[in-house]
Structure formats: C-alpha cells, structure tokens
Design a protein around this ligand. Structure first.
Ligand code: XUL
Length: 522
C-alpha cells in the first residue's frame, strides 16, 4: 500500500496523477499544456510546423522543460512529493529521440541547470519524429522488401511496416543523415526517454511500447535480428534493452530529490506507451472489454489472448503490460477533426455536445462524411479529404445541426469497420478521453457498435494507468483490486437502441464503399 505517481507525456501535454492505495483516492491531478505554456517552442498542438504536411516532429527539449515546469507547479501547490513511494509513466507511442553516446554512458542531470540545459548537448538529432508523421512510405516498402514482405513483418512484430512506427522512422534518419545516425549512441522512445530523465541514466524500454517499433519480435520479446538488419546498420547497439512492463528500471535521480523533494531511492518502473497504460487505467486489461479512447488520436483497443493479426494491416498487436496481448487501431483524425467542425461554426464544446446529444436520441443519422481533415492512418490517406454525402442542407456545409452528428457518426463507423477482424467477444465498451464527456458521442457509440458503453470517471486513463502500474510493480497489487478502487464508471450506462441496428449497419456498409471508391480514385 502507498502513494504512486503516474505521468502521461502526450502529444499536447504532460500530466501527473498520484493515487493513494490506502484511501482509494486520486490525490493529485496536475498538468501543463505545451501550446499554452511554451510559446517559445512554436508547437501550438505539441509539434513543429513543417511545410511538408506528412512530416510531424517535436522538440524533445520541450518535453524536458515540461518535467521541470510540471514538478515546479506541483511543488508550488504545496503537494509534498516526499510521500511518493514509486513512479511510472506513459508516453505517446512510436516517437523516437536520438542521443549521443554520452547519454547512453551517463545521463546525469546537473542540479544547477534545467533538465533541458543538461540534455541539449547530448542530442544527436534536434527533433523527434512523432506518431503523427506519415513521411516514411518509402522506408516501409524497403523494410518489408528486405525481410520478404509485409506478411513476415506482421508475423514477427504484430504489424506490417507502418509509417509512424519507430523502425521506418529510424531508417529514414539513417538514410537522410548517416553522419548523425553514426553519432547516435542510443535511440529512445518517448516513454523510455522520459523514464531516463527521471533516473538520470539511459534506461530500458518496456515490451508493450517496444511493440510499436516494427523491431520487437512479439513471440520472443527480444529485438528481431532480421528486422534490425532490414532497418539500419548497427541498430541493436543503439537500442535500449526491452524488459517486462513491471521492471524497475532505476531509482529517482538526485536532481529531483534536491529540487522537488522526492524521497531518495524510490523506484522508477518502466514507462509504457499511452495506449498500453490506458488499457490498465480503464480497468480493461482482462479480455471482454473494448476501449474507445477519444484524444488527439482516437484509438480502439482491447485485451486479447492470442496474437491474431488484422488481414488488412491497419490493426496492431502489442504486448499487454498486464500480460498476454492487446490489439489497437489508431485514427489520426480524432479531436483535431472534431475541433475543425467546432471552429467552422464558431461554437463552443457545450453547443457541440448539445447538438450531438439531441441528434443521438432522435432518428438514426444517415448523413455521412469523409472526415479526414488531416492525412489519416486508418484508412491510409495521405492528403486531407473532407466530403459530405446526404441531405442537401447538409452537403451545403452550412448546417451545424447536421454536420456535428455526421462527423461523430462517420468517425465511429470508420472505427467499427476497421475493428471487425478482432476475434475476442466484446461485452462492454469503456469510453475515455476528453470527448467522452459528451453524452451524444457515448450514445452514438453504443448504437453503432450495438454494445453497452460505460464512461470512465477519470478522463486521463493513461496517467491513471501509469500510477496503477507503479502500484502493481512495487507492491504486486492485484489488477482487479486496483481497478475496483480507481477505474470507476459513471452511473449513466449507454444502452444500444436495437431499433437503430439495421440503419447503422447499412450506413457502415455505405461508409466502407465511400472509402473504397475514394481510394480507387487515387
Ligand atoms: C497509437 C498511436 C497514438 C499515439 C498517441 O498507435 O499512434 O495513439 O500513441 O499518443
């Protein structure tokens, strides 16, 4: 029993949760936002502007500064960080940070400097490609070819070669800038980079987040020699060791003890990806529940026993931090696309949600959109496409009462159609993330999936999951006990309206045909 800190280093913010496993309460919930708090990094949505819309990079020094800013903010509130017994965290998946050998040998932080000032001279690449980057199609083709095709990549790593995954990103860097690649001593994921910053040394990466690299052999949970060779030379020497998610990877560095008052010697447990941490944070690490997480990206994931793969290659299999596997499908046009509609009609979220709620309880929505305001991962689309299909007063693009329901329904139909390959029976959908606050979205999800939807009380399930993972790793606390304590769902359960089943099944088919036609045209 004790107090456990979980961080979440996401695309747009860094947050921290502290859970108290004696009282069953969340005793700290703080965050900072990159866009608002760091105008100097010119990253309003957490990434740098680039004239090539397929390229999305962030400045890793912003993540370093974020640690100082968030911990300083927590200290200022009077919260006593010396009560923390163990720490873990979650990071946006797939992003890679490139550091010189000096970091691999000793990433000691200087107490007289900020974290960013200590780390700056150790970077071998100034920016970090993140999960939103889709600029590596050529490298994906080359990697697949090098190992005998995408079926082999998928069989070994749980996914075909995917643009945003770390392996293709590493290959692109090696090809474009071989000298800096050579100068790189260690390549970290966002999760293992942030854990390293806490420990003041280069630490291991957990199996779950390592599964999103196209480099880990899922069956052996070790780096796959063929994948390494297909990606870049001498890569094995540059990668952290993959370890089980409950491994202690170090202890908190003196920097944080002296500066922010942490207790000396507490364990830092392996950080994981945000989605693997979320599966724990929503209490769904045991098969039977699927999760819809509505954040910068929308994701659909579930805990599964076998490593069955998606024949269309959109879904991924990752190691599950709680054991066995999880499947995941990621949609890039998540909240950023919903936000575009909100901005188009100059409305606030309350109005957006109000329209969604009214629409969700009237007739089933038939108007559809191709709602890809930015390039999309699922389905793979490289240029924005926004098209309307349905009533005249919807196609005009001037009717918010029709556009809001249409984007929500179309996004959920896209999710439904791309999750049909999952062979585990789903009894309940747990919904989390900022947009899950909308009753309309929850009801539409229940009707489209024809499955009851439960809304999690805590919206940031990645930070909560990270804190729960720290508690499980430190004290061997049972997942069910932790879930009963912290993964509470709201009183309201969203029950599917059976009368809408046929209409939404028909819309799902039409939506798939629209995508097929669009892709055939390209
Ligand atoms: C998952 C993915 C995104 C990021 C967002 O594969 O790319 O969900 O993890 O942080």
């Amino acid at each position: 029993m004790g107090k456990f800190l979980g961080f979440d280093s996401s695309t747009q913010s860094l947050s921290a949760f502290v859970i108290d496993t004696d009282s069953g309460e969340i005793i700290l919930d703080e965050n900072i936002n990159f866009g608002d708090d760091f105008p100097q990094y010119k990253s309003q949505n957490g990434f740098l502007e680039n004239s090539d819309l397929l390229v999305k990079h962030s400045d890793p020094l912003m993540w370093c500064d974020a640690l100082d800013l968030l911990l300083g903010k927590i200290k200022k509130t009077g919260f006593d960080l010396s009560i923390i017994d163990a720490v873990s965290g979650s990071g946006q998946q797939h992003g890679t940070v490139y550091l010189k050998k000096q970091f691999a040998d000793s990433a000691k932080l200087d107490i007289k400097k900020t974290v960013a000032e200590s780390i700056k001279p150790m970077l071998s690449r100034l920016t970090a490609p993140i999960w939103m980057d889709s600029s590596t199609s050529e490298e994906c083709r080359e990697i697949a070819e090098n190992v005998g095709g995408n079926k082999v990549v998928q069989e070994k790593t749980g996914s075909p070669a995917i643009e945003r995954f770390s392996g293709p990103q590493i290959r692109k860097f090696y090809k474009k800038d071989p000298d800096s690649y050579k100068d790189t001593g260690v390549i970290h994921l966002v999760s293992s980079f942030m854990a390293s910053l806490l420990c003041g040394k280069s630490v291991a990466v957990d199996y779950a987040d390592a599964s999103g690299m196209n480099l880990l052999n899922l069956h052996r949970t070790s780096w796959d020699e063929d994948m390494l060779n297909a990606t870049a030379p001498e890569l094995k020497e540059k990668l952290p060791e993959p370890v089980p998610s409950n491994s202690a990877v170090g202890t908190i560095s003196e920097y944080y003890v002296k500066k922010y008052g942490f207790k000396s010697g507490i364990s830092v447990y392996a950080w994981s990806g945000d989605n693997p941490s979320s599966i724990v944070g929503v209490g769904a690490c045991i098969p039977g529940n699927a999760v819809i997480s509505l954040g910068t990206s929308d994701t659909f994931f579930a805990s599964i026993k076998s490593s069955v793969v998606d024949p269309d290659g959109y879904g991924h299999i990752f190691c599950n931090p709680a054991g066995n596997y999880m499947c995941l499908i990621c949609f890039k046009n998540g909240s950023l696309a919903r936000e575009k509609v909100k901005e188009q009609f100059n409305m606030d979220w309350k109005t957006f949600d109000g329209i969604a709620e009214i629409a969700s309880v009237s007739t089933p929505v038939k108007n559809l959109m191709l709602p890809f305001y930015v390039s999309e991962i699922t389905p793979l689309i490289f240029e924005p496409i926004v098209r309307y299909f349905g009533d005249d007063d919807f196609i005009s693009g001037e009717n918010p009462k029709k556009t809001v329901p249409a984007i929500i329904v179309s996004q959920l139909l896209n999710m439904k159609q791309h999750s049909l390959w999952i062979d585990t029976k789903i009894k309940t959908i747990k919904i989390t993330g900022g947009a899950s606050k909308s009753d309309g979205i929850c009801q539409f999800a229940a009707d489209i999936f024809q499955t009851p939807v439960e809304r999690l009380k805590v919206a940031n399930s990645a930070a909560l999951g990270a804190a729960m993972r720290a508690a499980n790793s430190e004290n061997n606390m049972n997942w069910n006990t932790l879930a009963e304590m912290f993964c509470l769902t709201g009183k309201k359960r969203f029950i599917p309206n059976n009368n809408y089943a046929a209409a939404f099944a028909e819309s799902a088919k039409i939506f798939s045909d629209l995508i097929f036609a669009e892709k055939a045209e390209k």
